[in-house]
Design a binder for this molecule. Structure first.
Ligand SMILES: Cc1cc2nc3c(=O)[nH]c(=O)nc-3n(C[C@H](O)[C@H](O)[C@H](O)COP(=O)(O)OP(=O)(O)OC[C@H]3O[C@@H](n4cnc5c(N)ncnc54)[C@H](O)[C@@H]3O)c2cc1C
Length: 413
């Protein structure tokens, strides 16, 4: 995590040689790039800084994440011009999903047809989403992206923001938007607290070829030692996602790839036959973050910096891309009406809308993930009761399915 200092004298110190623009964005991850693209056409001068090198932004490498995109996210990516840049062969449809409690036959179905859709969503690798956004960004916003530029201090006040970079350059803007990971240093620097939940688990993800057909149905199984999910991809491949206690995860990461594939297939009682490794493994600590405020004077948090979801309900990027869309619409409307686009009323309206969208999903996901990460007797009873009754989960299940399949047009921001 980078350390950003809140430098109160920064404005004064750099005032004379400060480069000035309208909007500063920290972080060219998928949400920061989307934000910058969303603001094109608004007539604003936007600068986007990213601490990574240009080479790693231009050619993002596979990181094991297969992002389950909701219909709304696909619409936004289409609007931004990025969707058409993703090769069709790399877009895997998700027809339905089954969630199982241990090895019991009880199964919760998430079926798109139940909410009037033919697919729940689409899987696309995170690096391909990032590449598509970057390519579109470079085609349309050439001057805006500054790579190899780590923000080390920020100053925000109602009159604007100044960001200082590690090389000493300073930039002033009317609005600062931070999309700098769930461990956002600028959030902390702006004095915004967050509810942080460490699940004490590690997730391991990798691609495997399955011996049996998955028919584009996802499976998630909650086992005593942690969850295992089979996310269906094209060509009979799947992303195998497993959660373990950290020590157990380290043991699995140390196995050779074939042994790891064998252990994974066995954990699922060979329901899909043998597994053959297609990619390396990647591990991620499981930490959920919900920022207690999304905005401050001339400052807004978006993406994981605002809401860092547990991946179990596949909503982190989906919420991030929708959140930036909400903020961009508010900014564009203000500009078109000649209002101050960085004003408090605009930012508060964004915060209100994004909280309404993200709050129920974040807290219900947290409760589900927490319940399924414990193996105590009460937790086992509670899980069993949920599956057997199918009652308590039904509303949450409906919320999740609706949020995956609902088109953007049906959303009033
Ligand atoms: C295993 C796994 C599976 C997932 N599956 C799904 C899924 O199915 N569906 C879904 O919707 N989401 C999923 N997610 C979540 C999704 O990946 C994230 O929500 C998304 O990547 C967040 O994007 P972001 O741009 O907000 O942040 P990030 O991708 O974290 O990007 C932040 C960027 O900011 C840069 N940065 C940070 N600090 C600074 C600084 N000081 N100066 C300059 N630059 C800085 C970083 O280098 C980085 O490039 C998954 C996550 C994981 C780990």
């Amino acid at each position: 995590m980078s350390k950003i200092e809140h430098v109160s004298e920064a404005i004064g110190r750099h005032d004379k040689d400060c480069d000035t623009c309208d909007v500063l964005i920290i972080g060219a991850g998928p949400v920061g790039l989307s934000m910058s693209l969303s603001l094109r056409g608004a007539g604003l001068d936007v600068r986007l800084f990213e601490r990574q090198t240009l080479k790693s932004i231009e050619d993002p490498q596979f990181d094991g994440r297969e992002i389950a995109l909701s219909h709304r996210s696909v619409e936004i990516l289409q609007k931004l011009g990025a969707w058409a840049r993703i090769p069709e062969a790399d877009i895997s449809p998700l027809k339905s999903a089954n969630v199982m409690n241990g090895q019991s036959q009880a199964c919760l179905h998430f079926n798109a047809k139940a909410v009037g859709a033919d697919k729940l969503g689409f899987f696309v690798s995170n690096n391909l989403i990032r590449r598509a956004l970057y390519e579109e960004h470079e085609q349309k916003n050439q001057a805006a992206l500054i790579a190899d530029a780590e923000a080390t201090s920020i100053h925000t006040s109602s009159s604007g923001a100044v960001v200082t970079l590690a090389d000493g350059r300073a930039l002033r803007g009317k609005l600062l938007i931070a999309a700098d990971t769930r461990f956002s240093a600028s959030r902390r620097c702006a004095g915004i607290s967050a509810s942080i939940h460490d699940f004490g688990k590690t997730m391991i993800v990798s691609r495997m070829k399955l011996e049996r057909l998955h028919d584009h149905i996802a499976w998630e199984c909650f086992l005593p030692g942690g969850a295992v999910a089979v996310l269906p991809l094209n060509d009979g491949e799947a992303s195998i996602v497993q959660t373990f206690a950290p020590e157990e995860a380290a043991r699995h990461m140390a196995l050779n790839l074939d042994d790891y594939a064998g252990a994974s297939a066995k954990r699922l009682k060979h329901r899909f036959g043998a597994f053959h490794p297609v990619s390396e493994r990647f591990s991620y600590p499981l930490v959920g973050v919900y920022s207690n405020r999304f905005v401050g004077p001339a400052f807004a948090l978006i993406g994981d910096a605002a809401v860092g979801m547990h991946p179990v309900t596949a909503h982190g990027f989906n919420l991030g891309v929708q959140g930036q869309d909400i903020l961009a619409r508010k900014i564009q409307l203000a500009v078109s009406q000649g209002k101050n686009f960085a004003g408090n009323s605009i930012l508060v309206a964004y915060e209100r809308a994004h909280r309404k969208l993200s709050g129920p999903l974040y807290w219900s996901t947290l409760a589900l993930a927490e319940l399924y990460s414990h193996n105590s007797l009460p937790a086992r009873f509670a899980r069993r009761a949920m599956f057997d009754a199918g009652r308590v989960l039904s509303p949450a299940r409906h919320v999740i399915m609706k949020s995956l399949t609902q088109p953007l047009g049906s959303t009033a921001y």
